[in-house]
Each structure stands twice: as C-alpha cells, then as structure tokens.
Design a protein around this ligand. Sequence first.
Ligand SMILES: Cc1ncc(COP(=O)(O)O)c(C=O)c1O
Length: 456
Amino acid sequence: MNGSTVSVSLNSPQFLARNSFTSSSKLKTDTSRRSLGICKCVSSPPTEQTAYTTKVSRNANMAKLQAGYLFPEIARRRGAHLLKYPDAQVISLGIGDTTEPIPDVITNAMAERARALSTVEGYSGYGAEQGEKKLRSAIASAYYKDLGIDESDIFVSDGAKCDISRLQVLFGSYVKIAVQDPSYPAYVDSSVIMGQTGLHENQRYSNIEYMRCDPQNGFFPDLSLISNADVIFFCSPNNPTGSAATREQLTQLVQYAKKTGSIIVYDSAYAMYISDDCPRSIFEIDGAKEVAIETSSFSKYAGFTGVRLGWTVVPKELLFSDGFQVAKDFNRIVCTCFNGASNIAQAGGLACLSPEGLKAMQSTINFYKENTQIIMDTFTKLGFDVYGGKNAPYVWVHFPDRSSWDVFAEILEKANVVTTPGSGFGPGGEGFVRVSAFGHRENVLEASRRLSQLYN
Ligand SMILES: Cc1ncc(COP(=O)(O)O)c(C=O)c1O
C-alpha cells in the first residue's frame, strides 16, 4: 500500500486542476498564478512524503469528494486575497452567516439557564436525545399548528446541517437521491460520503439525479425528468436561488412522491423569510405526512449559527416499504449519534418561540430583508437579471456566458467583496453568483457602492 497512494494537497496543481480554476500546466509559477487572479491555497501543508503512515486505508467515498467543501474553499480564497492585499477592506456577502446580534429576550433566557447550571436545583446533565418536551411542544405549536404534527414527531437537534447527515445515515448507502440543481451542497456531499454515488464526472456524481432549476422553469424542476429517485432533497425557499415553491408546485411534488414511493426531505431553513402565500412547511400540503420529512433551524431566524439549534419533523405516518415507521429508525439514529442539543441552546430556542421572541426574530429577519432589497436594487439598476430575494436572504444574479468562479474572482479582486460562485451549488449554478443579505447595513451599502462602480 505504501508508495501507491497519490496524495493531492490543497496547494498542489492537481487540486487546482480538479477545481477547474485553470489547467495545471498554466500554473507553473506563483507569478503566473497571480497574474491570472488565481489564489494559491495555503491552509493545509503538503503531506510529507516521508511521514509515517498507518495501515488504515482512506475511505474511498471521501476520496470521491471534489476538493474542499464550497464554503471553506471560499474562506481559503478570501484568506489568500488578504495575504495579497493585507489592507483590503473585504466585505463578505458570501458564506451566508448571520451578522446581527441575538435579541436580548433570547440571550437573557440562555444566560439564566447557564447560571442555573451552577446551582444544585438548576443543574441538569444529559437531556432527552429528542429534545426537551417544552421546546418540542413550542415548535409544534409555533410552526405546525393545525397541520397535524405532534410534538413527539419533532426531534430537536444541533442544526439542520447535522440532521441532513443523520438522515443520510438513516437511509444508508443503497438509496438514490435527487437534488435541486443548484442546491445547498450538504445534500450531495453527505450522499457521496455515505457511498450512495459513483465518481464525479462532467460536474456531476453518478447515481444522483440533478433536477435543473433555472429561470426558464421558474426554478421548479420538471419532475417527469427524474428517473427513479428514492429520496428527494427539496429546499424552499431555496439556497442558493432564493426562490420559494408555490402551493401548486409543492402539491405536484407531494403527488409525485406518492406516485413513485419516494421520500421528500424538505429543508425549510428559510421559511420565515417568506412574505407571500407560498407554504412555510411541506406539511401544509395534503398527504405530505405520508411522504415527507422536514428539517429546519433557528440559525437564520435568531442568529443561532454559532449557538446551534434546529429540528427535524418525522411524522409517524411515514413508513418504509416494509411498513416500519421511519421515525422509529430516526429515533435510533439520534440516540446513537447524538446526545441531545445543548440545554442552554434549548432555553434560547424556547425564548425564540415566546411572543416577544417571535417578534424579535421577525424584526431581525425584516432587517436582512431590507438588505436583500438594497442588493436587488443595485444589480437591477446595473441591468443584470436578478432572481430570488423576495422570500429569502439570497440574491441570485445572472452573468450570462461567464464562469461563476471568474465572476467571484473579479468581484473579490476589484471590489473586495466576497460572493459565492453559483457553480459551487451544482452545474445548474454556472453563470450565476449568489449574494447573501447577511451583513451589517453599512457593509451592504458599501458593497453596493463598490459593485455599482465595478459594473457601471
Ligand atoms: C438550506 C440550508 N439548510 C441547512 C443549513 C444549515 O443550517 P444549520 O445552521 O441549522 O446547520 C443551511 C445553512 O446555510 C442552509 O442554507
């Protein structure tokens, strides 16, 4: 085994080539890299050829993954830009991390719970893996009132991303998934890690159905083109396109799942950003409880990206082909892979769902929605075709006939603004850039000024 493995470090030419930045032969020197506006990724040192190796083979599924996960890759490029221009005032509208402080009503509840842990009466250790009963009940009544979702259908978690991976463990290696193209990268990457896919070729993994969502189809896929998917990941409002599916479209999706026997994993992490009558939950659609799981999060509502709290709904009506309840297996996974969300975070979650907390979350969301409007107006005035924004904190900007990574590099190089290249979300994102509305107001205004200057 020793000597036969080819290691590709993040700063090797192979890594650059696999990212399709440009061909490795053009990248012989740092100078030529710089002149092409391409950063050399320096965050991981090259593997030492002489290092001791264990007898353990690398997980072959990990080796199938394309370079870095999208957002760490963007962070690396931002770091490289700062190395090149140490004084640059870089504004990040890229990763989609929240920036505004958590409202007091929520942090006060967490502080109180934290202080109580120092008292004999207030101390608590491990809690229920599924979450505290009070919080499960509050989630059921805040988000699923009259939809027939019981508090026992709700599994509180440390965030939707973690639950996406737990759901993949639940389904195992022998299912075929379908994803919106473009989509949040965690669905595809967790599928690869689970061994559900083949290799990556022509920008796609084999054994994944990529459901194209573009301006031509109103960002809702042609379901008749899906062949044989077991699990359909569907995110609405969508990250990255910012578009939300209508009631008619989601009815179509549920009916399709019922007809084909598939399970929908519905990601509603941005549902509270919806301002028209698009459904906030898949369970608003008749029959969805028999075909769908929903995962969601406090991250983008309450600024909990660092606190970590989310939930997943697995209705008892959802059954595997042998009649076994999906929720029972998910419960087993949760009890095996997770020991419950932090009790302090859960106190925060409960405060989020109090009348004052709900008001405070909505006002944070409204702030980000005003940012969204500023970004949309900027690109619209510049003559770009702009999508999303209305029901989501993301603006999806079209740069026809251009590579997304090139546009990303151009905006970073010339405006010191970090965006996200659309192709990082799947082949359907090529030619687009995602601009996130998470940012302090002055930064969003300044970024808009710089973008106007760049593209005027
Ligand atoms: C669509 C979508 N789902 C899930 C997540 C992850 O959420 P969490 O912070 O709860 O893990 C994100 C985060 O950006 C997201 O965009």
